[in-house]
Ligand binder design. Structure first.
Ligand code: ADP
Ligand code: MG
Length: 349
């Protein structure tokens, strides 16, 4: 009797689960403009009213993060940047402490190729501005002078809830990982709100949870040198896809192109790579790694990928050669594969 009862309950549970899918296969899609990019929010299988509420909360949170993390305007990070050069201890909030500590760890793993302490260099190249700069690029003397100061995340002394540095050249700019960190925060909120199937897509960089009616989300990866996509990936469960490309922000000056991903070792834009895509569970890690591997370039990316703990990587160099890890090869479908120069490189030593 008890067995039958349990079976009946199980069946009812199963039926209502089926009904839920059948009833509720609505797709909610809305976008917002924050952090200099269009953020697309897709929620699957939720009631319209709940989706609206969730979207509204996300919008508020993204706006808050945008204001708090801007290195150059009045806000939490702007305040930190104005206090750092004084060389004295000052208080910081727990949210920014977490960003600083997390990014410092990633910076160390990347051998400083992802280096959020290079705010001054970013300013020298004028990539701190909202609008695209027109040049000229900084002089050789300015770059040389910046290099002598060796601004690094290891210069920060992080206390319980305080911060200090003795290196007056340290200015924090989280541009290479803030989008990823924000997307992680957004997904954390969605999970708390009981949303199981969703994508947060910030200008082509995204994290997805669940699926769309049981089918994977299909994601396009942009071709760095042509219109359209170079590859597609299928994402299911909980995973992020982040790409760093030299086409995102650049200016031409006297026939030369200067872009926004800077090599902290030389002070100049990293010139060997055109794009790097990383698949990883956490968006913050994928974002930081995409930037670090871009800077590392075709010769050093495998070592840095190993150290940062990412194994699904695609790097495209300036000749258009595509480097893939075997793990990434399994996950993407390249367009016009037969016409491409592809090298599959294992990260095992
Ligand atoms: P995108 O998503 O725009 O392709 P990235 O995630 O690669 O960009 O981040 C580029 C931004 O990060 C730059 O605009 C600059 O603010 C900052 N940045 C540039 N070079 C580095 C670096 N080596 N380490 C950390 N931050 C960097
Ligand atoms: Mg990045």
């Amino acid at each position: 009797m008890l067995k039958k009862f349990i079976l009946a309950i199980l069946l009812i549970g199963l039926l209502s689960a089926c009904e839920k899918i059948a009833e509720n296969n609505t797709v909610f899609e809305e976008q917002m403009f924050v952090m200099g990019t269009i953020v697309n929010v897709t929620l699957y299988g939720e009631e319209e009213k709940k989706s609206q509420k969730v979207f509204h909360n996300l919008l508020k949170d993204f706006k808050y993060m945008q204001a708090a993390w801007n290195p150059w305007k009045k806000g939490s990070l702007g305040r930190i940047n104005s206090l750092l050069p004084h060389g004295e201890d000052f208080s910081i909030g727990p949210a920014l402490k977490d960003i600083i500590v997390t990014s410092a760890e990633l910076s160390e793993q990347s051998e400083g190729l992802f280096n959020p302490a290079i705010g001054q260099l970013i300013k020298l190249w004028q990539f701190n501005k909202d609008e695209l700069p027109a040049g000229p690029p900084p002089s050789e003397a300015q770059i040389k002078n910046w290099l002598t100061q060796q601004a690094s995340m290891t210069d920060l002394e992080v206390g319980e809830l305080s911060l200090k540095t003795n290196n007056p050249a340290v200015i924090l700019d989280f541009g290479a990982f803030a989008k990823g960190y924000a997307v992680d925060k957004a997904i954390e909120y969605l999970l708390l709100a009981g949303v199981e199937n969703a994508i947060i897509n910030a200008g082509g960089d995204l994290r997805a949870i669940g699926s769309k009616n049981g089918k994977p989300w299909v994601i396009g990866i942009r071709d760095p040198r042509a219109d359209g996509v170079i590859a597609v990936a299928e994402i299911q469960g909980d995973e992020s896809v982040f790409t760093s490309g030299d086409y995102e922000r650049f200016y031409d000056y006297q026939g030369k192109r200067y872009h926004h991903i800077l090599d902290p070792r030389t002070g100049y834009p990293a010139m060997e790579t055109t794009s790097v895509t990383v698949l990883h569970k956490k968006a913050a890690v994928a974002d930081a790694a995409a930037t670090a591997l871009f800077v590392a370039g075709p010769n050093d990316w495998t070592r840095i990928a190993r150290k940062m703990g990412v194994d699904k990587v695609m790097l495209i160099d300036k000749q258009g050669k595509i480097y893939l890890t075997p793990e990434m090869q399994k996950r993407i479908r390249l367009q016009n594969e037969e016409k491409r120069d592809i090298s599959v490189v294992s990260l095992d030593k």
